[in-house]
Design a protein around this ligand. Structure first.
Ligand code: SF4
Length: 185
């Protein structure tokens, strides 16, 4: 396991998968490194690639609003993605790209030691919770993985495309608030 400094340095010069060829920035992650709650999305989009920070632009603004419902923000939680470089035209990251990159996220999780990980969208949920995860059926449910409680909700981009899903996402956040209370975070 690398320390933060080495991990960030290695990640920023990574060429382990083809996404390095089209990226502008490696989007490593943002937030508090000594936190109990992590949010994990699938990968950077256009704005994230340009600015080097996860979840900026309209989806990022919505994520900020979602986090504020449970008194979280970028100063008291940590936000990262499964892949650190943008897939062209925002396609889903390939399994090979996810496999090439997942070690960075695992290292981040090992350093942070969160009590809760919230997966944002189906790609993160499939990679971190269960390969057969069905976001429409299983969002808002808790899964224990070692010492970590894991839950998935809809990706903010999906909530921008389909506002009808927002009440369900709100219910997921209420579930998150309950878990935070239950764990004394
Ligand atoms: S997506 Fe991950 S594995 Fe691929 S080049 Fe970027 S940092 Fe390396």
């Amino acid at each position: 396991m690398e320390n933060w400094e080495n991990l960030e340095k290695i990640c920023h010069s990574c060429t382990a998968c083809g996404l390095c060829e089209t990226r502008h920035s490696v989007v490593f992650g943002v937030g508090k490194r000594d936190t109990d709650v992590m949010f994990v999305g699938e990968g950077p989009g256009e704005q994230e690639d340009l600015q080097g920070e996860p979840f900026v632009g309209p989806a990022g603004k919505l994520l900020d609003d979602m986090m504020s419902i449970v008194d979280l923000d970028r100063t008291n939680s940590y936000i990262a993605n499964i892949v650190k470089c943008r897939p062209p035209r925002n396609r889903d990251p390939l399994e090979t790209e996810q496999e090439a990159c997942i070690g960075y996220l695992r290292n981040q999780v090992a350093l942070i030691k969160p009590k809760i990980i919230v997966c944002l969208g189906r790609i993160a949920a499939k990679k971190l919770i269960d390969p057969d995860f069905r976001i429409t059926r299983q969002h808002g449910q808790w899964f224990r993985r070692g010492n970590v409680w894991m839950m998935a909700t809809y990706h903010p981009s999906a909530l921008l495309r389909d506002v009808a899903k927002r009440p369900e996402a709100f219910d997921d956040l209420m579930t998150l608030r309950e878990k935070i209370k239950e764990l004394g975070i």
